[in-house]
Design a protein around this ligand. Sequence first.
Ligand SMILES: O=P(O)(O)OC[C@H]1O[C@H](O[C@H]2O[C@H](CO)[C@@H](O)[C@H](O)[C@H]2O)[C@H](O)[C@@H](O)[C@@H]1O
Ligand SMILES: O=c1ccn([C@@H]2O[C@H](COP(=O)(O)OP(=O)(O)O)[C@@H](O)[C@H]2O)c(=O)[nH]1
Length: 458
Amino acid sequence: MSRLVIISNRVTIPEKSATAPAGGLAVALQAALEERGGIWMGWSGKSSGAKEPAELHLIERGNITYALTDLTKTDVEEYYHGFANRVLWPICHYRLDLAEYARKEMAGYFRVNRFFAHRLAPLLKPDDIIWVHDYHLIPLAAELRRMGIKNRIGFFLHIPWPPADVLFAMPVHEEIMRGLTHYDLVGFQTVHDLSNFRGCLEREGFGSAVSDTVFSANGAEFRGNFYSIGIETAAFAEFARKSASGVLVKKARQSLEGRDLIIGVDRLDYSKGITQRIDAYESFITRNPEQHGKVTYLQITPKSRSEVPEYEQMQRTVAEQAGRVNGALGAVDWVPIRYINKSIGRPILAGLYRLAKIGLVTPLRDGMNLVAKEFVAAQDPEDPGVLVLSRFAGAAQELKGALLVNPYDIEGTGHAIARGLTMGREERIQRWRGMMDHLLEHDVTRWCDDFLKDLTAA
Ligand SMILES: O=P(O)(O)OC[C@H]1O[C@H](O[C@H]2O[C@H](CO)[C@@H](O)[C@H](O)[C@H]2O)[C@H](O)[C@@H](O)[C@@H]1O
Ligand SMILES: O=c1ccn([C@@H]2O[C@H](COP(=O)(O)OP(=O)(O)O)[C@@H](O)[C@H]2O)c(=O)[nH]1
């Protein structure tokens, strides 16, 4: 079996004495690496300031080598905060209004990809299989090919891929599209992302479709398909069951004093639709006065990418909005929204999901949204909660038992909250069972195996 080499912007190194399990993606990639032996390379998350980054920092764990590199301050600024998070992220989430294109940052993005390629190349063996992850590293295959690397190289995009009219508003869309055609396999989260990619490829003649999953460009063929990422379903369900009797979750339950819990868990990111969600909750409370004092909405929102101005601004907007709603609707003995700006460990989250009557997952656009899947996996089979899910999350293509909403429709989302809270046990079980069976069958290990099988065959 060939060695596996993974490259992603962030690398998860298992802690020797881990008290909490890593996320499903890291678990699946580590399992694939353990099976085949290999390397996981990426950014250390640190800056070397103005100095050229030192040699790769290698960490050996069994048959896996973690290879980390620092980046200069300018690189972090231009490649990560700049082009990746201020151009590609908004464009891929259909937010043309937020994309701030600057030539300097675009050049930094390509420069850092070249730098990654040069650091990776000496570590490669001829039959290694290379798997590149996410929008930070689209040009990596082209850089490796330029250096004469002939290995199979696959790419998986964790975020949405937009239609041609959106993508082409980005001045360097041509370089980005051509970058993708240098992979042997390009994977997307959903069939819609794949079909958008095909549209982008054909619209300006970057390539053409030979079949639904085979494309041709640069005089050669490459494959494209969709592989919806899953979670470690069975394991997550088990630690939700255990965590429900843990101290912190018990305290949370007591603090509810019999009120129904509605939960939202998202990085503080404009793509997650948090402000529209708070509006929807306000609309639900206003239209259902009998629910005053009967529900608590817990929104867990760790800060994210605070160096990017839109994210920093959003921290203020959401905090003010939650404060305003609490001020307007709250009572001396009731706080309608509990808004937390900290990251909570996944085992505790699992217990909180299980405690909740409603999981509110209403992104304006999302590649997949693992929180939606975790919420389902965490439920008590005898008395499951209801998932209220945006139709614009990748997860909506699979979780048909959710109450699907349009997050821009504030009243509609408020109505779905009301419906979820009053839904009978039988209907809740029926909806949940279908989703859970799907998640058990399509877990993260299957996602990883499916992608690697196709890449090996490509
Ligand atoms: O690394 P950060 O800049 O702090 O951002 C965190 C990650 O956010 C994105 O997650 C996406 O991947 C999920 C798993 O496939 C998917 O469920 C979700 O819809 C996506 O938004 C990003 O793609 C990652 O690279 C970031 O590390
Ligand atoms: O306080 C938090 C908030 C989120 N998460 C985890 O972060 C991931 C978020 O993934 P998702 O696909 O929903 O969104 P992303 O942040 O990757 O865009 C999920 O596994 C969550 O359980 C966490 O561990 N603690």
